[in-house]
Ligand binder design. Structure first.
Ligand code: 9UX
Length: 71
C-alpha cells in the first residue's frame, strides 16, 4: 500500500514555485501523487515505498527551495 507523508517546504511564494516543486517530487521513483500547498508551505507525497529523506531533500533543492523540518 502507498505511503503518504507531508513535508514542510520553505521559500515558495507563487504557483510557479508550486509547479517546480511538484514536478521534481513527481519524478522520484514510485511516486503516485504529489500535492503541494502554497498557503501552508507543505508538500504531500504518496509513494509505493517510503522515500529516503535525502532523496526528498535533493528534489526540493533541485527545484530551488528548501525542505523544512517537521510537517
Ligand atoms: Mo515563485 Mo517566481 O518563487 O521566481 S515567485 S517561481
Amino acid at each position: 500500500q502507498a505511503v503518504t507523508r507531508t513535508y514542510a517546504v520553505t521559500g515558495m511564494t507563487c504557483e510557479h514555485c508550486v509547479r517546480a516543486v511538484t514536478d521534481e517530487l513527481a519524478a522520484l521513483p514510485g511516486v503516485r501523487e504529489v500535492r503541494v500547498d502554497l498557503a501552508s508551505g507543505t508538500a504531500t507525497v504518496s509513494s509505493a515505498e517510503p522515500l529516503p529523506d535525502e532523496m526528498v531533500r535533493a528534489a526540493v533543492d533541485e527545484a530551488g527551495y528548501e525542505l523544512g523540518s517537521g510537517v
